[in-house]
Design a protein around this ligand. Structure first.
Ligand code: NAG
Length: 220
């Protein structure tokens, strides 16, 4: 088949993605993306009828996730030394997380199942001071390090804030996912809505489990 030369304007169009990659490499050279607006931001908030410490005990022990988290049904903590910690493990900075994920995307209504191989590195684990009367907030944050910074970075942050309900302690659980980098555009198009739905299911599962009404009802 004879090749037809592309009209010059069309050739310019082909340069656009290359230019985008170059531009993002340049803009991300000092990792300023965390100060910028994420390309995809998904977040779910739910209130749970339990003290913050109770919610945290469940959330920070990934062995329990199998019972309540429809999105990440199996989660394993790997100590910074590389040893998988099993049920003994609690989140700590420097540990990584290995997940079995059931994710909704634009293309599948039944969740797509895959394993995320220990590339989520925990960067923050914060619990409130035992004494004092300040705001009681627990926080965990991790980053997916499975692709280079300049291409895609996913930050996951979850917080639990204890609030005074009517004579009882309640908690507000919030979990967010933020995607940065040029690859976040296609990722957002494919999993954006699904991610929102998955975060809401995660929050709902945690509430159900902590309040003793059962976690998720999907297959394990
Ligand atoms: C984590 O949860 C599992 C399952 O409920 C439990 O067996 C284990 O003792 C918990 N680990 C810690 C450190 O609390």
């Amino acid at each position: 088949m004879p090749t037809v030369p592309l009209p010059p304007r069309t050739r310019l169009l082909y340069l656009a993605p290359a230019f985008m990659v170059f531009l993002s490499l340049f803009l991300n050279r000092n990792k300023p993306y965390l100060d910028t607006k994420p390309i995809l931001y998904a977040s779910a908030t739910i209130s749970i009828q339990a003290p913050g410490s109770t919610v945290w005990t469940t959330f920070s022990n990934t062995t329990t996730w199998r019972e309540w988290n429809p999105w990440c049904r199996n989660a394993y903590l790997i100590h910074p030394t590389g040893v998988e910690e099993g049920a003994r493990g609690l989140m700590r900075v420097g540990s990584s997380l290995r997940f079995d994920v059931w994710m909704h995307t634009r293309f599948n209504d039944a969740p797509w199942h895959f394993s995320q191989e220990g590339k989520d590195i925990i960067t923050a684990v914060e619990v409130p001071a035992k004494v004092g009367s300040g705001k009681k907030v627990w926080r965990a944050e991790w980053f997916d390090e499975s692709s280079p910074d300049w291409l895609l970075r996913c930050r996951r942050e979850s917080t639990i804030e204890e609030v005074e309900g009517e004579g009882v302690k309640e908690s507000v659980f919030t979990t967010t996912a933020q995607f940065y980098g040029p690859f976040a555009w296609p990722v957002s198009a494919i999993i954006g809505e699904g991610m929102q739905r998955d975060l809401e299911a995660m929050a709902g599962g945690l509430r159900g489990f902590v309040e003793g009404k059962g976690g998720h009802d999907g297959p394990l």
